[in-house]
Design a protein around this ligand. Structure first.
Ligand code: GLN
Length: 547
C-alpha cells in the first residue's frame, strides 16, 4: 500500500461547454487507476441544484437515484464510482446546493452566526469546503471531488470559488484541477473545434482557476496542432492536454484509454506522490470478455415505466452487463415500455427474449403492463427477475392468477383493494414528508436453504440496499406460500419478506431490495449472474427444455 505520508490530496473535476460529458465516468476511471497504483481513494459529487437530494425528482428529470449503503439518495454518478473502484460511498459522497444551504440556514436559526450577515461568501463557500474536507482522513490518500453542472452556470459559482479557496489553503502540491471539456467536430467544416474549450477555461480563469490537466471529450482524434493550441491558450502543459475519445464498445474501456495517455502518472507527479506500478490485468481481461464474449449474445427484455430514458435504469443495465461478463456473454437489452404491454400484449413485445427483468418504479402508470409481463414470464417459463416494484408486481400477479385473489393489488395503486398483498409499512402510515422518508439503505436479509437465492449468494445472511415505502403484506404469507410462492429471503429484525421465488420454473426471483447497487464488472452481483446464466440456458435449450 502506497502511503502518502502527508495530508489527503485533492483532485477537483469540473466540466465545460456542455453537460453530459461523462465527468462521473472520468472521475471514476481516474480513481480506479489511482487505486490500482496502490492509493486509497475517496470520491464525492457536489451538485449545484437546489433539491436537498435527487430523491424527490422524477427519473425522467434526473435518471436513477443511487442509494448508498447508509441510505442516502444520491446522484447516479456515485454508481460509477462504486462500480469502478473499491470505494464505498456514503452521505458525504453527495452534497447539493439544497443540502448546503439547508445546513447554513439551520445554523443561522440556531444562532450559529449570531450578529453576522450570512452570505454566500464566506458562509456558503465555507460549508462547501467543509463538505470537501469531510473526505479527509488518515485512511484516504486522494479525495476526488466532481463538481456537477458546467462552468459558466450561475449556480456553479459558489462551488468554483470554494474549490479555488480550498486549493489555495492546502497548497498547490496537495490539490489539482482537472477540467473536462468538449472538442466538437463540425461536420460542415470537417474539423474539430477548440474554441469552446478555450472559452470554458476562460470562464474558470476569471474565477482564478487554471486547470492542471485538460481532458478533451471528442468524437474524432485530435491532432498535435489541436493540442498545442489548447495548451497555449488554456495555459496547460502540452502533455497534460488529454484526449478522451468516445469509446467503441464499453464505458469500461475509459480507464484503459486514460492510462494509455498517462493521466494517472501526471496526477501523481503533480501531487508529489510516488509513481508506483499500475496493475490492470484483471480489468483488461474483463474488457476483452466484454468486447469479444466467448458465448455470444443473450437478449433480455427490460419492462419498465421510464424506458425512454436510459439513465433511469442505469445500474440495472450495468448489472445485466456484469452478469453477462460473468457468463461470457454479451447482454443485449430489449427495452419495453410497460404501457405498451398493456396495449399490444406481452407475447408480441417479448417474443424470443431469453429472460425478462421488471425493475423498480413508483405510481400506477404502466403497472398492469408489468403484471401482464410477469404472467407471461411465469406461464411461458422464461427466466424472470423482479426488482422492488418488479417483485411487488410478481407478488400481485401470483395472488391474482394462482391464488384466485381477484383484484389483489398494492395499496399504492388501489387503496381499497380487497386483497392488499403489498401494503404500506406500518411506520410509513404517519409519514407526510416526501424527502428521505422511505425505507432506505442496507438491511440484513436471511436466506432460506435450498432456494435459488441461497444458491446464488452461497450465504445464509446478506445485506442489500433498499428504497421503497411498500412491503409484502405478512397477512398473505400463508395463502401465497401454500400455492407455491417461496419466501426465500426474510429481514430478520423486522420479519419482512425480502425475496420471493417459484420452484417449478427455470428461474423466477423477485427481491424487494435493489441488488443493482452492489454489482461491479469484476464481481457481478450473484442474482444478476444467475439470472443471466438462466437466460443463457433458455437461449440454448429453448423454452421447453429447462427444469
Ligand atoms: N413504489 C414501490 C414502493 O414504494 C416500489 C419502489 C421501488 O421500486 N423502488 O414500495
Amino acid at each position: 500500500m502506497a502511503k502518502t505520508n502527508g495530508p489527503t490530496r485533492h483532485i477537483f473535476i469540473t466540466g465545460g461547454v456542455v453537460s453530459s460529458l461523462g465527468k462521473g465516468l472520468t472521475a471514476a476511471s481516474l480513481a480506479l487507476l489511482l487505486e490500482r497504483r496502490g492509493y486509497r481513494v475517496k470520491m464525492q459529487k457536489l451538485d449545484p441544484y437546489l433539491n436537498v437530494d435527487p430523491g424527490t425528482m422524477s427519473p425522467y428529470q434526473h435518471g436513477e437515484v443511487y442509494v448508498t449503503v447508509d441510505g442516502a439518495e444520491t446522484d447516479l454518478d456515485l454508481g460509477h464510482y462504486e462500480r469502478f473502484t473499491g470505494t464505498t460511498c456514503t452521505r458525504n459522497s453527495n452534497f447539493t446546493s439544497g443540502s448546503i444551504y439547508r445546513s447554513v440556514i439551520q445554523r443561522e436559526r440556531e444562532g450559529g452566526y449570531l450578529g453576522k450577515t450570512v452570505q454566500v461568501i464566506p458562509h456558503v463557500t465555507d460549508e462547501i469546503k467543509a463538505a470537501i474536507r469531510s473526505l479527509d482522513g488518515e485512511d484516504v490518500d486522494i479525495a476526488i471531488t466532481e463538481i456537477g453542472g458546467t462552468a459558466g452556470d450561475i449556480e456553479s459559482l459558489p462551488y468554483l470559488e470554494a474549490i479555488r479557496q480550498f486549493r489555495h489553503e492546502i497548497g498547490r502540491q496537495n490539490g489539482i484541477f482537472i477540467h473536462l471539456t468538449l472538442v466538437p467536430y463540425l461536420k460542415a467544416a470537417g474539423e474539430l473545434k477548440t474554441k469552446p474549450s478555450q472559452q470554458s477555461v476562460g470562464i474558470l480563469r476569471t474565477i482564478g482557476i487554471i486547470p492542471d490537466i485538460l481532458i478533451c471529450r471528442c468524437e474524432h482524434a485530435m491532432t498535435a496542432e489541436h493540442k498545442s493550441k489548447l495548451s497555449l491558450f488554456c495555459d496547460v502543459d502540452l502533455n497534460k492536454v488529454i484526449e478522451e475519445r468516445d469509446v467503441e464498445h464499453s464505458i469500461y474501456e475509459v480507464p484503459l484509454e486514460l492510462s494509455r495517455q498517462d493521466v494517472d502518472v501526471f496526477i501523481l507527479e503533480l501531487l508529489h506522490l510516488h509513481v508506483t506500478a499500475v496493475k490492470m490485468d484483471d480489468w483488461k481481461a474483463m474488457v476483452a470478455t466484454l468486447i469479444a464474449p466467448p458465448k455470444g449474445t443473450v437478449e433480455i427484455g427490460v419492462v419498465g415505466k421510464y424506458i425512454g430514458l436510459r439513465d433511469a435504469y442505469k445500474s440495472i443495465y450495468e448489472s445485466l452487463t456484469h452478469g453477462g461478463i460473468a457468463n461470457g456473454v454479451k447482454v443485449v437489452y430489449r427495452m419495453v415500455e410497460s404501457e405498451d404491454v398493456e396495449k399490444e400484449g406481452a407475447a408480441k413485445l417479448l417474443d424470443g427474449v431469453a429472460g425478462i427483468l421488471v425493475p423498480g418504479g413508483f405510481g400506477d402508470r404502466g403497472i398492469e403492463g408489468k403484471i401482464q409481463t410477469v404472467e407471461y414470464a411465469r406461464t411461458q417459463r422464461i427466466p424472470f427477475f423482479g426488482i422492488c416494484l418488479g417483485m411487488q408486481c410478481a407478488t400481485i400477479e401470483f395472488a391474482r392468477n394462482r391464488c384466485g385473489l381477484k383484484g389483489a393489488n398494492s395499496t399504492e395503486f388501489n387503496a381499497d383493494t380487497e386483497y392488499p398483498v403489498i401494503d404500506l409499512m406500518a411506520e410509513q402510515k404517519t409519514v407526510t414528508e416526501k424527502g428521505a422518508t422511505m425505507r432506505l439503505g442496507a438491511y440484513p436479509c436471511r436466506i432460506e436453504a435450498g432456494t435459488r437465492a441461497r444458491a446464488a449468494y452461497g450465504a445464509a445472511e446478506i445485506q442489500e440496499r433498499h428504497r421503497h415505502r411498500y412491503e409484502f403484506n405478512n397477512l398473505f404469507r400463508d395463502t401465497l406460500g401454500k400455492q407455491g410462492l417461496i419466501l426465500s429471503g426474510i429481514c430478520p429484525s423486522r420479519d419482512l419478506v425480502e425475496i420471493v421465488e417459484l420452484k417449478d420454473h427455470p428461474w423466477f426471483v423477485g427481491c424487494q431490495f435493489h441488488p443493482e447497487f452492489q454489482s461491479t464488472p469484476l464481481r457481478a452481483h450473484p442474482l444478476f449472474r444467475d439470472f443471466v446464466a438462466a437466460a443463457v440456458k433458455q437461449r440454448d435449450q429453448g423454452s421447453t427444455g429447462n427444469a
